[in-house]
Design a protein around this ligand. Structure first.
Ligand code: TRP
Length: 432
């Protein structure tokens, strides 16, 4: 099964095998299950189950590997450091070839990190922060270069945005990303629209990928239809090529063999299935991947946070009062109807949004476990649980705002300038 995992031609077949059918027209490769109706594509995430998307099923459908305890042990063994809480709690729950990246690192060989964001709105919310918080921890643990792609071109193609606006949003979002605290000597952030005019290797690699993927394959993976414009059909190559070190000769010189690890939401996997399929044909390394699940919206795990519904998320610009009011008013509760009933039966952490958010944002394992026990037993009430969360989120957002305010135009320019990164790597192995 795992050998098939990368064969994009097989995907449709496996979708049929697992009883999962192609859903809404034009929505891309739909992970739609007829009983649960989970939909997971780069464009839509939806499920009818209160406990959220069925991740075990997604792993089977996408052909990736679950994060298992052995691998986590290896992570700590190889790095000599404790792993990020989001990995320990298996919020990053699936991967491709993480074990190979750990071997690379253990052998003193270089690799780099690549992640990205589609800049579709000014207002970033907590969910947008997660891959970046996680990636920052990985950068600290491994001390490797990081490349962050801002796909302003993608948002121009998919949304009702002008090129000017999409490009402007890329620079606005870059400030929030920088505020997460990446190392300026080891991090390159770029807008697709601008980088295209600066680095010939970018477009050269895009062309190589485009020539290697047929329309029929792209249609199978992304669900393009006859009425989709051709801009969409060509785009996946743009998100693919930062996975190849030869796209960045000013960082990696003329090497073609430095592997990359991509932390991303599982909804981005279709892009990287295609990337991994074409990589060997082009003489490039396949990117390794680490997939996260979704942070639920305030209303519950049926949908993820959405930038377009202000009451579904906590924004990085919310005031303390807004955060308090939103959590108190909207955060779906797993508690019981009456005090007596709650004391007797306890709350349900699996569907309780406040508890779920604490899993994402409260680093203290012991405290989290205590809350879980107290809430499940009925000792802790919903109001008390929400109060814990409000304190954690207010601090997180306040700290973020402070760091963002300190990001100057010069800092943005520094991160977004095509330049050499601080990166010592051993000489390439002699080839035959
Ligand atoms: N397509 C992603 C989005 O819409 C942005 C993105 C580009 C990305 N490259 C990536 C995400 C690499 C994760 C990893 O948000």
């Amino acid at each position: 099964m795992s050998a098939m995992g990368d064969n994009i031609d097989n995907l449709t077949a496996r979708v049929a095998d697992s009883g999962i059918t192609n859903g809404t027209v034009g929505q891309g490769e739909e992970a739609v299950d007829s009983t649960n109706a989970d939909i997971v594509t780069p464009w839509t995430v939806q499920t009818s189950s209160a406990a959220g998307v069925d991740y075990t099923k997604l792993i089977r459908l996408f052909g990736s590997q679950p994060i298992e305890d052995d691998l986590l042990r290896k992570f700590e063994q190889v790095t000599g450091k404790s792993m990020p809480p989001l990995l320990r709690r298996k919020i990053f729950f699936s991967h491709r070839d993480l074990d190979q990246i750990l071997n690379t690192y253990a052998n003193g060989k270089p690799f780099y990190l690549y992640t990205g964001r589609g800049p579709s709105s000014d207002a970033m919310h907590l969910g947008h922060l997660i891959p970046f918080l996680f990636t920052k921890q990985l950068q600290e643990i491994f001390d490797v270069p990081l490349i962050i792609q801002l796909t302003d071109d993608e948002k121009f193609l998919w949304k009702d945005l002008t090129l000017e606006k999409a490009n402007e949003l890329a620079y606005e979002n870059a400030k929030d990303i920088i505020a997460v605290g990446f190392d300026p000597e080891k991090t390159f952030i770029f807008s697709d629209l601008d980088f295209m005019a600066q680095e010939p290797s970018f477009y050269w690699n895009i062309l190589r990928v485009q020539k290697s993927v047929t329309y029929s394959q792209a249609k199978g993976v992304f669900g393009f239809t006859e009425s989709d414009h051709i801009g969409k059909v060509g785009f996946p190559a743009v998100q693919a090529v930062p996975s190849f070190c030869s796209t960045f000769p000013f960082i990696f010189g003329d090497r073609k063999d430095i592997p990359c690890l991509v932390p991303c939401g599982i909804d981005q996997d279709p892009y990287f299935r295609v990337t991994r399929d074409v990589a060997p044909k082009l003489g490039f390394r396949k990117p390794a991947l680490l997939h996260s699940g979704f942070i639920p919206s305030l209303q519950g795990a049926q949908t993820k946070m959405s930038a377009s519904d202000p009451n579904s998320s906590v924004y990085l610009t919310d005031t303390n009062k807004q955060i308090r009011d939103k959590i108190n008013k909207y955060a779906f509760s797993g508690g019981q109807q009456t005090l007596e009933e709650h004391r007797e039966k306890g709350g349900n952490c699996d569907v309780d949004v406040s508890y779920q958010y604490l899993r994402f944002f409260l680093d203290d394992d012991e405290r989290l476990e205590q809350i879980k026990q107290d809430y499940s037993s009925g000792k802790m009430l919903t109001g008390e649980l929400k109060k814990e969360l409000i304190t954690v989120l207010q601090k997180l957002v306040e700290d973020h705002k402070e760091r963002r305010a300190a990001v100057t135009p010069e800092t943005v320019k520094l991160f977004m300038t095509r330049r050499k990164l601080k990166f010592d790597y051993p000489a390439p192995a002699k080839t035959k």
